[in-house]
Design a binder for this molecule. Structure first.
Ligand code: ATP
Length: 265
């Protein structure tokens, strides 16, 4: 059953994540296990985490992982982006954070995902803005006050781990850090596989070769590459497509495919 927080949000499963096997395993141990089986943690006498930081370059799958863990564990999912919390109206940012935590508490198990955490929680000494200072303080208060250990977990995502206020990285806050890095070749192949699985690929398309040729591409780049390839294929067929026609002849649809050269930039 989809969690309440997923109304209108696309469900993401672990199968939608290419590569990142070790990372995903750690995320699941850290978040999903205590959420599903708090008794194990009670038995062992350890506290499940309240906060987990996913860090790494943009487009590597941090948001995807957070959504997948929520979908797969049936947790309510609330997503906020750092910059959107910052309000110029006095007290509004703090109010927004209180509402988010309250919603999570009432719908537990729940995951609060804060994207671009560094924008609301930069090192306080670097902060010039009074709003940011108060938002960090509010976030610390909310996390310290969380009593639903393991049943409400905050996942923060950032591209810059060193820009996060150290107070937020202390025990009992965001005390687990998992790096989501640039994918190696094998992982790139898996990401390409996922993003081309709905496409009619010609036999000459060699995913392994494309993975080899795309050093430095992150998941978002590979998703874009696959999309672009399909658009290039579409352009090749355009001259044969009669836009005015009631329907596209099945033979035309039948022969459409994405070929190797469509993937070339
Ligand atoms: P940002 O720091 O910019 O928020 P992010 O790390 O959260 O980036 P995502 O939003 O998870 O990145 O990824 C963007 C898109 O790129 C995803 O919706 C997905 O289509 C694709 N993508 C990224 N990583 C992967 C992956 N490992 N497997 C499959 N698709 C991926």
């Amino acid at each position: 059953k989809p969690a309440a927080g997923f109304e209108g949000v696309k469900r993401i499963s672990y199968e939608d994540i290419g590569g990142l096997k070790g990372e995903l395993q750690r995320v699941r141990e850290t978040i999903e296990l205590p959420m599903r089986h708090p008794e194990i943690f009670r038995k062992l006498g350890i506290e499940p985490p309240k906060g987990v930081l996913l860090y790494g370059p943009p487009g590597t799958g941090k948001t995807l992982i957070a959504k997948a863990v929520a979908s797969e564990s049936g947790a309510h999912f609330i997503s906020i982006a750092g910059p959107e919390v910052i309000s110029k109206y006095y007290g509004e940012s703090e109010q927004r954070l209180r509402e988010v935590f309250e919603e999570a508490r009432q719908n537990a198990p729940a995951i609060i995902f804060i994207d671009e955490l560094d924008s609301i929680a930069p090192r306080r000494e670097e902060v010039t803005g009074e709003v940011e200072r108060r938002v960090v303080a509010q976030l610390l208060t909310m996390m310290d006050g969380l009593e639903e250990r393991g049943q409400v977990v905050v996942i923060g995502a950032t591209n810059r781990l060193d820009a996060i206020d150290p107070a937020l990285r202390r025990p009992g806050r965001f005390d687990r850090e998992i790096e989501i890095g640039v994918p190696p070749e094998d992982d790139r192949a898996q990401v390409l596989q996922i993003h081309t699985r709905g496409m009619p690929l010609a036999d000459d398309v060699d995913i392994g070769y494309i993975a080899q040729q795309t050093h430095g591409f992150v998941g978002a780049d590979l998703a874009a590459l696959a999309r672009e390839a399909a658009i290039k294929a579409l352009r090749r067929y355009l001259p044969e497509i009669d836009m005015e026609a009631e329907e596209i002849p099945p033979e035309t649809l039948e022969k459409m495919e994405v070929v190797s050269k469509d993937f070339r930039e």
